[in-house]
Design a protein. Structure first.
Length: 174
């Protein structure tokens, strides 16, 4: 309504919507700072207050940042009432989606081994808790991969805090 050049004044229990200093609507304050007005009680307004934007990104935001594929299906199959036919660019992301999505860049594959001897570079991963415990009651898995030999050690843990002790024990053995 502010974009339509109406002046809105908020008070403790109500709000006023003015056009050229004439009161068009009076809104009563309801719970959670929501003001409710009765449009049919005051028919002096001449312009339409309904938003009719045919911008694809506006509808994308309004519909909860849905993907453009789903958006095109909604339009094509007429699944949403009042959704206008809008041409859009599929590959373009809105700024909120581009910030929210993690863009993953892949590492270039190497054709040669960069290490010169075993145990020079280790790749380590810890995951869990798994839904099902193994026979010994462990729920975490600690994986160590040697970059040179590609040999894999798998250690099972009852809790995450055992990780450092298992790694120290592993490094002393090697």
């Amino acid at each position: 309504m502010c974009d339509k050049c109406y002046k809105i004044i908020f008070y403790q229990a109500y709000c006023l919507i003015l056009e050229n200093d004439k009161v068009l609507f009076i809104g009563d304050k309801k719970e959670r700072n929501v003001y409710k007005i009765k449009i049919d009680a005051c028919m002096r307004i001449k312009s339409c207050l309904v938003a009719s934007i045919n911008d694809s990104f506006h509808w994308h935001r309004r519909l909860g940042h849905i993907s453009m594929d789903i958006f095109s299906k909604l339009i094509k199959n007429e699944l949403v009432k009042g959704l206008p036919y809008i041409a859009f660019k599929k590959k373009k992301l809105c700024t909120a989606c581009s910030i929210g999505k993690q863009v993953k860049t892949f590492f270039k594959s190497k054709n040669h081994i960069s290490t010169e001897r075993p145990l020079e570079l280790l790749h380590i991963d810890l995951f869990g808790p798994t839904r099902v415990r193994n026979i010994n009651g462990n729920r975490y898995v600690f994986v160590i991969v040697d970059d040179f030999t590609r040999y894999i050690w798998i250690l099972f843990l009852k809790s995450k805090d055992e990780t450092i002790y298992k790694f120290v024990k592993f490094s002393k053995k090697s």
